[in-house]
Design a protein around this ligand. Structure first.
Ligand code: ADP
Ligand code: MG
Length: 619
């Protein structure tokens, strides 16, 4: 029985709100929930269509009403320009981030603004990866609502442990666009561990490796679980290595063996057929010894040993990552209590063997590797829904976060593999006398020069009192929250001037708005700068007038009548200059008044110093 709640003010009965767990995968996505009977996680299988929803969005005829999932996948080869796959790779990325990979996709990625986030063109419409991911999430949400016969408005969504802030934020925004309140973004390996029941009892202490080989990506994470706290000790992987590469190895093998290149190049449907056969062979060989099928007048065969030889180099690459992850975590295989297998491609026996051999223990594959992340997300949803003892989730930041310093150097503040939530800071100062603004540019990445890293945000700490260079003390603090969202805060300690940003790159804005903002900042740049300079000049002038008037009032008796007249004239001239909005007129008057008053200011200074000294005894 589902729990019911009674609204005491209206007397109406409310069904317990369902929070689903979603694995938004590069290749496949799933939605799961906690079954009220027995309170165990279940992947939703709506209308017997299976639990897996291929992460493919197809726009029939290039129109704007998409279909999602298995039906959309059919069009990958016949209508590639209208069929979007692997959109997760584009989430939160600029065209620059994608580099040469942009050309490898079958659809059109727009590169007109290489600094901005990528767009995908379908027909005459431009889509952001956020919108396309939202289509997948909408499909999952609809399936859940249909199967559970209740509205679904809340979700936990998983992301790879290596996802950066913009990618996490993009995932959140995709959820919002799909009408889901995203309660938490959870790392996929953390979800997998939860699904295996690790970390659910308070006195448990475990260290585990999560090996996730999916359709197009590979990652391995080392987690430490202690008192219900999940901590990612390290992550490693390859974002361009997965089951698709195994398929490709088979395709290449058959193509060479039977000289299929020409025939396949000439026919899209043959190409499609060959691809499907390769995947079928791979899956078949996970359980059998040989595969055979007819293809365009030839019989394609593959034995398991042949297949293993084809894919061994690929599997070896994943083991190299495992070695690195273990080294980063400063552990040896003997330190691991369990090795968990995640992702459809871990069904390949050679993968199982290689992983078990490297970690010196049998890997755990007792849960369905397709579903394990979604199941764990459902458990996390249940925890957040208050149905379980609160389990704290700690993750790790996979890339260094820092700011730009003189000469374009990257100054790391939070090093990669730091546990989150975390806070770190450093003190800076100005490089120029009288500097009133300090620009803080935030970058993410491992290179020494910021131009090689990814820029996340930039802001000015304004209003630092003009002081000689090196005197202001500016604390820059980075605060990374449990969702991996970064807040950067700068404080000038003498004046307590502060400025903070939450790092949310362009998300939430339409392209038109982003473009408009860019245009505005450019078209108004001159007047903005001019206005600021006038204000700065006025500030200087007003300070000068204040000081001079105070000086005259205090030291008038030391001035000759001529000096007094000249000073008055200079003051009047500056006051007149202040009635204009011309910074040059103002600054010229400031300069003249300063020239005029400097000699007697110095003289008076000497008098007061000698008086002070006369009053004191110097030993
Ligand atoms: P992702 O997390 O990237 O969305 P999945 O974990 O769903 O991906 O994995 C999809 C991959 O798993 C595909 O390449 C698919 O061919 C592969 N796969 C699924 N079942 C098997 C199997 N029985 N044997 C080998 N590979 C499989
Ligand atoms: Mg996955």
């Amino acid at each position: 029985m589902a729990k019911v709640a009674i609204n005491l003010s209206t007397g109406s009965i409310q069904q317990e709100e369902i929070i689903v767990g979603i694995d938004l995968g590069t290749t496949n996505s799933l939605v799961a929930y906690i079954h009220p009977d027995g309170r165990h996680p279940v992947a939703i299988n709506d209308q017997g269509r299976g639990t897996i929803v291929p992460s493919v969005v197809h726009f029939p005829g290039g129109g704007d009403t998409p279909i999602v999932g298995t039906d959309a996948k059919e069009y990958l080869l016949t209508e590639p320009q209208n069929t979007i796959y692997s959109v997760k790779r584009l989430l939160g990325k600029s065209y620059q981030d994608l580099g040469q990979h942009a050309q490898e996709l079958g659809y059109k990625v727009i590169d007109d603004n290489s600094e901005g986030l990528v767009k995908i063109r379908v027909g005459d419409t431009f889509y952001s990866p956020i919108e396309l991911s939202a289509e997948i999430l909408k499909e999952l949400r609809q399936r859940a609502e249909h199967a559970l016969k209740t509205p679904v408005n809340k979700a936990v969504i998983t992301v790879p442990a290596y996802f950066n802030d913009s990618q996490r934020q993009a995932t959140r925004d995709a959820g919002r666009l799909a009408g889901l309140e995203v309660l938490r973004i959870v790392n996929e390996p953390t979800a997998a561990a939860l699904a295996y029941g690790i970390g659910l009892s308070p006195d448990e202490e475990k260290t585990v490796a999560v090996y996730d080989l999916g359709g197009g990506t590979f990652d391995v994470s080392i987690l430490r679980i202690q008192q219900g706290i999940f901590e990612v000790l390290s992550t490693n992987g390859d974002t361009y290595l997965g089951g698709d590469d195994l398929d490709r190895a088979i395709i290449n093998h058959w193509t060479q063996q039977h000289q299929l290149a020409q025939a396949v190049a000439a026919s899209g449907s043959l190409q499609q057929e060959l691809r499907l056969l390769a995947e079928a062979a791979k899956r078949y060989l996970s359980q059998h010894e040989d595969f055979a099928a007819n293809f365009n007048d030839v019989v394609l065969r593959l034995t398991k040993p042949e297949f293993n030889d084809l894919i061994r180099p690929l599997v070896e690459r994943t083991i190299t990552s495992c070695r690195q992850a273990l080294a980063d975590a400063k552990l040896t295989p003997a330190d691991l209590d369990a090795v968990l297998l995640v992702g459809g491609s871990t069904r390949v026996p050679l993968v199982y063997d290689a992983v078990s051999e490297f970690f010196q223990q049998p890997a755990n594959n007792s849960l369905n590797p397709d579903e394990v992340v979604a199941l764990g997300a459902a458990i996390q949803a249940d925890i957040l829904g208050g149905n379980r003892r609160d389990v704290l989730l700690l993750d790790v930041t996979p890339l260094t976060l820092g700011i730009e310093t003189l000469g374009g150097l990257m100054d790391p503040i939070i090093p990669r593999n730091s546990k989150i939530p975390t806070k770190a800071g450093r003190q800076y100062t100005t490089s120029v006398d009288g500097q009133v603004n300090l620009k803080i540019s935030v970058y993410q990445g491992e290179r020494d020069l910021v131009k090689e890293n990814r820029k996340l945000a930039e802001f000015d700490l304004r209003g630092i009192p003009a002081m000689p260079a090196g005197l202001p003390k500016v604390d820059v603090n980075f605060i990374l929250n449990a969702d991996g969202i970064l807040k950067v805060e700068a404080i000038e300690l003498r004046s307590n001037t502060r400025q903070a940003v939450e790092i949310k790159p362009q998300y939430g804005l339409t392209d038109e708005q982003v473009e408009q903002m860019l245009m505005d900042s450019m078209t108004h740049a001159r007047e903005d700068i001019a206005a600021r300079m006038v204000i700065e000049a006025r500030t200087v002038a007003e300070q000068m007038l204040y000081q001079v008037e105070r000086f005259v009032a205090k030291n008038g008796q030391h001035l000759t009548p001529e000096e007094t007249t000249q000073t008055h004239a200079g003051v009047e001239q500056l006051k007149a200059a202040l009635t204009t909005q011309d910074k040059d007129t103002i600054l010229k008057a400031v300069d003249e008044l300063e020239e005029l008053t400097r000699p007697f200011a110095e003289r008076v200074m000497n008098i007061s110093i000698s008086q002070a000294m006369a009053g004191k005894k110097i030993e």
